[in-house]
Ligand binder design. Sequence first.
Ligand SMILES: O=C(O)[C@H](O)COP(=O)(O)O
Length: 408
Amino acid sequence: MADFYQNGVVTTLHNLSQRPTEELEAELLRFSQKRPMALILPSLFSELEGEALPNIVNELKEVPYLSEIVIGLDRATEDQYKHALGFFGKLPQHHRILWNDGPRLKALDEELQAQGLAPRELGKGRNVWYCMGYVLASNRAESVALHDCDIVTYNKDLLAKLIYPVANPLFNYEFCKGYYARVANGKINGRVSRLLVTPLLRALKRIMGDNEYLEFMDSFRYPLAGEFSFRRDVLNDIRIPSDWGLEIGVLSEMHRNYSHNRLCQADICDIYDHKHQDLSLNDDQGGLSKMSIDITKAIFRKLATQGYTFSNEMFRSIKATYFRIALDFIETYHNDAVMNGLTLDIHSEEKAVEMFASNIMKAGDNFLANPMETPFIPSWNRVTSAVPDILERLLEAVEADTAEFMEK
Ligand SMILES: O=C(O)[C@H](O)COP(=O)(O)O
């Protein structure tokens, strides 16, 4: 049975009663009269051929309360886009696919690039950003959820719990972050969250003392969860990073833009499993290695905006403090695993921690060498002030793609 402890500064909404999904859905359907709802699905074409997304679409077919589903499709050729139109065509809800590699959306992107207003890096952040623009443009939703397309344990209960806190008209939340235990096939997963983010936040707290931002970040039970929901107005102001710092960057933006009582986290499922990436021990440009560097830089950058100064000596002491704390955590997770009859390979956990420690130094070096570098994509407010008709044109481009390629 779950506990009902409130840790940290952000409200936690627990799963205390195994409430039937149908009950939640009946309420959501009622809420949708006042707050229509949308779902954003950032997807790679390859995920249409994986095991998770076909099941996600089957589950979504039965969801009664969504007004719109916006799919951001990356890395798709024309034929693959056409295939995607059929694949998602089973959805009974109004839905649109943003074919990000198609000529129409690429032309819009180039126009924004020319003004320095478009994402510079390809990837999930960029995909999510265009989907957010589309939701603003189509104006069909007041409350919006977003989740990954590689969740192999997905069922529609997850979506109901994720969107509920921003859908209930009696609640004042602007943003909700999902959390869960990443335990699957007898193993505890979530390596970056457990072995980098939490110990790094604890190390920074130890070194920097009382810091409200670090306290805030440490309140999230699964800071890297790719599942969150928000009210529509959040989409205007938010600046999201285009690199792997996306999840951390979104939390930092919420910290900047809202007071804590407008934010919450919710327990969205008992088990969660997804596609696992390699650690990429010898390659900073890929897998969990690149992810850990981007995340660490995102945290350093945010602290710099609060007036903290960094030096090589500072990064060395952060690394050493992190390393000690992370090793202690391995023992904690190991014992938790043993008591639950799960396995935890201490050797590979230590290898991961060694890599993350060395990546803290790399992130630090990189930060000192490029202090002005920012992966943030401009907010849609800024973009529409520079190019006032951009949202209408985004909408038109997506409609034109749909009309041209949808099989008659
Ligand atoms: O959440 C995380 O820590 C990363 O996405 C890695 O997850 P994994 O260890 O479950 O692959």
